[in-house]
Design a protein around this ligand. Structure first.
Ligand SMILES: C=CC1=C(C)c2cc3[nH]c(cc4nc(cc5[nH]c(cc1n2)c(C)c5CCC(=O)O)C(CCC(=O)O)=C4C)c(C)c3C=C
Ligand SMILES: [Fe+2]
Ligand SMILES: [Fe+2]
Length: 330
C-alpha cells in the first residue's frame, strides 16, 4: 500500500530576487485580496512592488531568503519515519506562494502512484486565507496532473494532543528563566487576519483561542498569566487584536517579564526569527521590559510529529475520521 501525504505551508522567497514575485503571488490570491479579479492583478503588482523593499530587508536578516522550506522538509522526513509501519509512505511538501508550488508537487505525487493521499496542512488552525486557499489550489493542480487516488483531508487540529503537548513542554522549559527575571506575562502570539475576514465567518481566531486554552489548561495557567495576541499585520486594513506589539509595550511598562509563545506557526521563518526575535525584542528592550524570552516553534518535536501521525492514522480509519477531518475524492 502506497501512501502519499501532502504537507501544505505558505512558502517564502528563496533569495532576494524572489521576494517581489512571492509577494505578487500572495496578493494575487482572491482569499487574501478580496477585490474583483480585474483589479486584483493590478493591485497585487502595485502592493508587491511597494512592500518588496520592506520584506527584502526582513529576509536580508536571514541571509536573503526564508528557511521555511528546509524546516518543512525536516518535518516531512520526521513524519515519514513516524509512519514507517504503514508501508510505503512518502511526504510531499507544497507551498502556496513560492516553490515548490502545487503545480510541481501534484505531478510528483502522480509519479509516485499512491493508493491513497492525505492532505495535511501545517496550519493547526483553519483559515480561509491559508488552508482553504491551499486546498482549492491543490485540487486544481491535482486535477490538471491527473491525480485520481482516493484523497483524505485533515482540515484543522487546533487542540490536537501532540501539538498541545509540544507547545506546553517548550513553554514550560522557558518559564523558569522568564520568571527568574520578574513577574511574567505569557503572550501567545498568532499571525493576524484582517477584521473583515473574521467578520465574514473565518474560524481562525476562535481556533487560536482553542489552542491557547488547551495549552493554558495543560500548564495550569490562570487568566492573569497570559494574553492571546496577533502579530504580522500588513496594509491599511484594521486587523484582529489585541496586537502583539501593543501587548509587549503594556507588559514592559507594567514591569513584567515577557514570554512570547508562537501558537499558530509550527516552524521557524521570518515571522518568528525576525519579527519576534529581533523587532519585538528591540521594542521590549526600548520599553524597559525586565525580560524578553521567546519559545521555539514545535518544528520536529517528537510530540508534534506523533500528533501529526495520529491525525493521519485517524483519517485513514474506516469511518474513523474525526469531526475536523473530512473525506473527499480528488
Ligand atoms: C496581507 C494579508 C495576509 C494575510 C491575510 C495573511 C494570513 C496568514 N499568513 C500566515 C502565515 C505566514 N505569513 C507569512 C508571511 C507573510 N504574510 C503576508 C500577508 C498575509 N498573511 C505577507 C505579506 C508575508 C510576507 C512577509 C512580509 O512581507 O511581512 C509567513 C512567513 C513566510 C516566510 O518567511 O517564509 C507565514 C508562515 C497565516 C498563518 C495566516 C492566516 C491565518
Ligand atoms: Fe501571512
Ligand atoms: Fe511580519
Amino acid at each position: 500500500m502506497r501512501t502519499a501525504i501532502v504537507l501544505f505551508n505558505l512558502g517564502g522567497p528563496d533569495g532576494p530576487d524572489s521576494v517581489e514575485p512571492f509577494l505578487r503571488n500572495l496578493f494575487s490570491d482572491p482569499a487574501i485580496l478580496r477585490v474583483p479579479g480585474l483589479f486584483r492583478g493590478l493591485l497585487a503588482r502595485l502592493i508587491a512592488r511597494r512592500r518588496a523593499p520592506v520584506a527584502k530587508a526582513v529576509y536580508d536578516k536571514l541571509g536573503g531568503g526564508s528557511p521555511l522550506l528546509p524546516n518543512t522538509q525536516a518535518q516531512a522526513r520526521a513524519l515519514e519515519t513516524e509512519l514507517e509501519d504503514l508501508g510505503e509512505v512518502r511526504c510531499f511538501v507544497t507551498m502556496r506562494y513560492w516553490k515548490p508550488f502545487a503545480d510541481e508537487t501534484a505531478p510528483e505525487v502522480k509519479r509516485f502512484a499512491p493508493d491513497r493521499i492525505i492532505l495535511l496542512p501545517l496550519y493547526p488552525q483553519f483559515s480561509t486565507t491559508t488552508t482553504e486557499s491551499a486546498f482549492a489550489d491543490w485540487n486544481r493542480a491535482a486535477t490538471l496532473a491527473g491525480v485520481t487516488a482516493r484523497t483524505f483531508t485533515i482540515r484543522d487540529y487546533p487542540a490536537e494532543e501532540g501539538f498541545v503537548a509540544a507547545v506546553s513542554r517548550l513553554t514550560a522549559e522557558m518559564l523558569p528563566q522568564a520568571r527568574a527575571a520578574g513577574p511574567t506575562k505569557i503572550l501567545f502570539s498568532a499571525h493576524g487576519l484582517p477584521k473583515k475576514i473574521v467578520q465574514a465567518g473565518d474560524p481562525y481566531a476562535d481556533q487560536v483561542g482553542s489552542s491557547v486554552r488547551a495549552v493554558a489548561a495543560r500548564l495550569g495557567l490562570t487568566p492573569e498569566d497570559y494574553e492571546i495576541c496577533f502579530q504580522s499585520r500588513v496594509g491599511p486594513l484594521e486587523w484582529i487584536g489585541p496586537y502583539t506589539d501593543e501587548e509587549i509595550v503594556r507588559a514592559a511598562q507594567a514591569g513584567q517579564s515577557i514570554l512570547l509563545v508562537p501558537i499558530a506557526f509550527v516552524s521557524e521563518h521570518s515571522e518568528t526569527l525576525v519579527e519576534l526575535d529581533i523587532e519585538y525584542r528591540h521594542l521590549a528592550e526600548r520599553e524597559g521590559a525586565v525580560g524578553y524570552f521567546r519559545v521555539p516553534t514545535v518544528g520536529t518535536a517528537p510530540e508534534f510529529i506523533a500528533g501529526l501521525g495520529g491525525l493521519v492514522r485517524q483519517a485513514l480509519q474506516p469511518g474513523g475520521s474525526s469531526t475536523s477531518s473530512s473525506r473527499m475524492r480528488s
